[in-house]
Design a protein around this ligand. Structure first.
Ligand code: ATP
Ligand code: MG
Length: 298
């Protein structure tokens, strides 16, 4: 179980380190094994920062972040269990080496005792599992492969480890529709194997529908979270409503959504509370405009 409890990240900003930016502000949620949690929100809302903190790539400024009760401690044992796949797959490859070197690195670090034949079989299976043809992708250099192929090779690499948790940051944004569905099916398969997934996206991509839980982030704070059906079926925060209204319907003329109405509770500046109200079981929202706002937060 991954648990974030009032996790905050403040970056130093400005030429002389004088200013600071609170990219993530007292964010709390959990992700259980076999659960997909989708983290949605506009560009700059702090989604990748949360992913990077979970992966131990960025330190937590305050609050606690634990996996199965233990604080995240980056290292070999940790990365055997937790891996990330990112938006830009090119940045994960060294252009000088063949793309499948990423598998050699996994072998060297985690499976040094596995024989050549056995390892080649495992790699081939992982590559087929991500719907790639080993003959077409293995042995090639990164520039000879498409973004989607590189992305899927990274997921294949994750499959070769004994993973418990995957951070998937915008992994489908550069894939075409049919490849995207392949990758989403893959995530559904991982979920069935008991893997927890944080699915980060800035739009309500298909993947959102894989998620049993949804966390809506705006300017570093959670505005709404809970059971996906409840959050999308009955969105309460104006920002969540705007996000939903912005999804074009193919069979209807485009009707641009109204911009987010200002929310006094939420726009009150850095000192504003991040308390959420439980409006129904497993559905939490931060909004002063709720009729029952003002009661004690959950
Ligand atoms: N290393 C850093 N130093 C200073 N500020 C940073 C750093 N990384 C991110 N930020 C700032 O933190 C905020 C959140 O950034 P983050 O990358 O987490 O957003 P995001 O929600 O992933 O956006 P996108 O959808 O565009 O990927 C932004 O204002 C960004 O400028
Ligand atoms: Mg991002």
């Amino acid at each position: 179980m991954l648990t974030l409890d009032h996790v905050t990240k403040t970056y130093r900003a400005g030429a002389f380190g004088g200013g600071s930016v609170t990219a993530v502000d007292r964010v709390s949620f959990t992700a259980a094994p076999g659960e997909v949690v989708s983290l949605i929100g506009e560009s700059g809302s702090g989604k990748s920062t949360i992913g990077r903190m979970i992966l131990g790539l960025t330190g937590v400024s305050s609050g606690t972040l634990t996996l199965d009760g233990q604080r995240v401690r980056p290292g070999k044992d940790f990365y055997r269990r937790v891996q990330g796949v990112f938006q830009d797959p090119f940045s994960c490859y060294n252009p000088v080496f063949r793309a499948d070197r990423v598998f050699d690195l996994v072998r060297r670090a985690y499976h040094p005792g596995v024989g050549d034949k056995e390892w080649a079989d495992r790699v081939e299976k992982a590559v087929r599992d991500v719907r790639l043809d080993p003959a077409q992708v293995l042995g090639r250099y990164p520039h000879q492969l498409s973004g989607g192929q590189l992305q899927r090779l990274l997921i294949a690499r994750a499959l070769l480890l004994d993973l418990s948790f995957l951070v998937a940051d915008e992994i489908t944004s550069m894939l075409d529709a049919s490849t995207r569905i392949d990758v989403l099916n893959l995530l559904a398969g991982l979920k069935e194997r008991g893997l927890g997934v944080l699915y980060i996206t800035h739009d309500l991509a298909l993947g959102t529908y894989l998620a049993e839980k949804t966390v809506v982030l705006r300017r570093g704070r959670i505005v709404e979270r809970g059971d996906t059906q409840k959050v999308f079926g009955n969105p309460l925060h104006p920002y969540t409503r705007t996000l939903l209204a912005a999804v074009p319907r193919l069979n209807q003329p485009w009707d641009p959504p109204e911009p987010v109405r200002s929310c006094a509770f939420h726009e009150a500046g850095p000192s504003a509370t991040t308390d959420l109200y439980e409006t129904e079981p497993d559905h939490f929202v931060a909004c002063a405009q709720l009729p029952d706002c003002g009661r004690t937060p959950a």
